[in-house]
Write a protein that binds this ligand. Structure first.
Ligand code: PMP
Length: 390
């Protein structure tokens, strides 16, 4: 019997064998000609995935929080005003992070499970002299998706730099950084990008780079200072490597493979696949009588689902039963409701088969936890949704 379980949490995800194989190759020199080509090509491909032909990509060793740190450290100077649109825990993290760099932060929280109300954002922008505004494309603690288009539009209208935390969205949700006028879009490797944890990825617009270059004070973090990384990124892209700090060679080899696969699938098709599988999974969850944290499926993420436990079901017990049935899911993360819901990641290379296996394991877990429902109702709803024409 195989003892390998299916990992269906909202990151890290299941990685493709080709990506893992590339990471498992013997480590080469960071100035080896083949690695220079891989690194340079990865920078070029990031521009395509972000849809930011004139953006400046950064590939750093670190997690998503480091990508947030890079945006905050390089764009904030002490006393700058920042507006943080929060749809969950990661919005709050951004507020705390920006304050660390001396920003005067206004946190604009939206009710739990609801998405950003841009009417309120416009009011806030009209009444304050902000330098920077952040939003979380998909907040992994709530499963709420935010429409990034008005973010960029309002940023331009009010002359405010915009930063989108795309850790749980990039390469899984629709994103057109340059067309939408967003100044920084950041993510981490372990989610829809499809590479094990360890890479912080971001793309800065020309406007963001100009704001960085116009700083009056030095960047308060040594490691993430764009002044140190710009020559490295530009150097590798020109196929002339330079050194500041050792790049994570093996992970970048895996990244090259994954980005190629994303481009080969086609961004439109990839986003449509995420939407279709997410819609089917939500249909399955509803058919089992479970509600979800996002208050409306119109703003529910396509990269994860956040169902609430039915009355009488204990989360710890349920997740244990699902694990016994072969699937690993995540518990709640938002402190206000952590014990009331669970989370299923469905992003990256996720397939119909994995969605069906997962809903089957959820049914098993619910049944063993004493929840009553029509057996097979979730699986049936998923199958029906998957056979619906788009
Ligand atoms: N933002 C969002 C939306 C996330 O989901 C996460 C990770 N779950 C982070 C930021 C932080 O990323 P990391 O854990 O890789 O530091």
């Amino acid at each position: 019997m195989k003892d390998r379980k299916l990992l269906m949490i909202p990151g890290p995800i299941e990685f493709e064998p080709e990506v893992l194989a590339a990471i498992g190759e013997p480590t080469t020199s960071h100035v080896d000609p083949e690695f220079i080509e891989t690194f340079g090509r990865a920078i070029e491909l990031i521009r395509k995935v972000w849809m930011a032909p004139n953006g400046q990509p950064f590939i750093l060793a670190g997690s998503g929080t480091l990508a947030m740190d890079a945006a905050g450290a390089n764009l904030i100077e002490p006393g700058d005003r920042a507006l943080v649109l929060s749809t969950g825990l990661f919005g709050e993290r951004f507020a705390e992070l920006l304050s660390r760099y001396g920003a005067d932060v206004t946190l604009l929280p939206f009710p739990l499970g609801e998405t950003v109300d841009y009417g309120r954002v416009k009011e806030a922008l009209a009444s304050g002299d902000y330098k920077l505004m952040t939003a979380t494309h998909v907040d992994t603690s709530t499963g709420v998706r935010v429409d990034p288009k008005p973010l960029g539009r309002l940023g331009r209208e009010y002359g405010v730099l915009t930063v989108l935390d795309g850790v749980c969205s990039v390469a899984g949700e629709e994103l057109r950084q340059e067309e939408w006028g967003i100044d920084v879009v950041l993510t981490a490797s372990q989610k829809a990008i499809g590479v094990p944890p360890g890479l912080a990825l971001l793309v800065a617009s020309e406007r963001a780079i100009a704001a960085f270059e116009g700083r009056k004070q030095p960047v308060g973090s040594y490691y993430v200072d764009w002044g140190s990384w710009l020559p490295i990124m530009r150097g590798y892209e020109a196929r002339h490597p330079a050194y500041f700090a050792t790049p994570p060679v093996n992970l970048i080899c895996g990244l090259g493979v994954s980005l190629n696969r994303i481009i080969a699938e086609g961004l439109d098709r990839r986003i449509a696949r995420h939407r279709r599988l997410a819609r089917a999974f939500r249909a399955g969850i509803s058919a089992l009588g479970l509600s979800q944290v996002p208050t409306d499926s119109a703003h529910a993420a396509n990269t994860l689902t956040a169902p609430r436990y039915p009355d009488g079901v204990s989360g710890v017990e349920f997740l244990g039963h699902v694990r016994d049935a072969g699937v690993i899911l995540a518990g709640g993360l938002h402190p206000e409701i952590a014990s009331e819901y669970f989370r299923i990641g469905h992003m990256g290379a996720v397939t119909e088969g994995e969605i069906l296996t997962t809903i089957g394991a959820v049914e098993t877990g619910l049944r063993r936890s004493g929840h009553r429902f029509v057996p097979g109702a979730g699986v049936k709803a998923v199958q029906e949704a998957l056979s619906d024409p788009d």
